[in-house]
Design a protein. Structure first.
Length: 271
């Protein structure tokens, strides 16, 4: 990876097949938006970033220490996705999917934000998910010069479900509050989820009201970077029925989550 420091940004070349737009706008994160000038922007934790891509150049409007200290890991730029795609390409469907969108990376998101976001995503569409999350951040997050942060579990744990009425989250409000309380008091132990095999995380997260297998798998994949997690929504269920009635191919072993992200985007947009 070649990094060039500019006046108010850094320019990156030789970063592999990474596609910024695909990675932030493929249904794994809900706070990224594209500005009129083409830049992608988001508040992530307490940080704000604007970034854009022009072919084989990435421009991050931040300094080198912020890039190295946070964004390089967040965008998973050091994982060899070319090697993963090569491995997956021994299966005909995954070969087509990786060829269609090889630049998708799994974002290494903050676990609480991922959990809360995917609770909100249940039986929902992406514009509405983004709207609820925006209202959640505006109502209970910290104000910054660039927008509002995602509210912590501790901030939400002291509320009641009816306090979330302005979000228009419906039945999800009681699940958000239950999740916030169980995470903030360590009844659901994020540190152990990080360290233990994935089976522990699956059980631990489903202690939360309203968190079933799909939300747990999404949280493990996008919030804990457990890339063997395998979220199954309507699109992935359709893929499994149409293409893998006898089960997922062996070439995806240990990277099932990355494989399903390629298949999800390919099946949803290229058919």
């Amino acid at each position: 990876m070649k990094i060039k420091k500019l006046h108010n940004s850094i320019e990156i070349e030789d970063f592999g097949s990474f596609d910024l737009g695909l990675s932030v706008d493929c249904g794994q994160s809900f706070r990224w938006a594209q500005k009129a000038d083409g830049r992608w922007c988001a508040v992530v934790g307490s940080r704000y970033l604007e970034a854009e891509q022009h072919g084989d150049k990435l421009i991050f409007y931040t300094d080198e220490s912020e890039f190295e200290g946070f964004w390089r890991d967040y965008f998973d730029l050091d994982t060899d996705y070319a090697a993963i795609c090569k491995k997956l390409s021994t299966d005909q469907h995954l070969k087509a999917a990786t060829a269609a969108c090889p630049g998708i990376h799994i974002l290494r998101q903050e676990p609480w934000e991922a959990l809360c976001s995917f609770i909100i995503s249940q039986n929902n569409n992406i514009p509405r998910i983004k709207g609820i999350i925006d209202r959640l951040c505006e109502a209970f997050g910290e104000k910054t010069d660039f927008g509002c942060t995602f509210p912590s579990a501790e901030r939400l744990a002291v509320l009641e479900p009816e306090d979330l009425a302005p979000l228009r989250a419906g039945f999800r409000a009681k699940y958000i509050i239950d999740a916030a309380r169980k995470v903030s008091n360590n009844e659901v132990d994020f540190e152990k989820i990080k360290k233990e095999p994935i089976e522990f995380g699956r059980e631990e997260l489903q202690k939360i009201k309203g968190v079933g297998a799909k939300v747990a798998e999404c949280t493990l994949l996008y919030g804990f970077y457990k890339v063997e997690a395998f979220p199954v929504d309507v699109w992935v269920r359709r893929i499994m029925e149409e293409m893998y009635p006898d089960g997922f191919p062996e070439c995806a072993d240990k990277v099932q989550g990355i494989a399903q992200q390629y298949l999800f985007h390919w099946r949803r947009t290229c058919f």
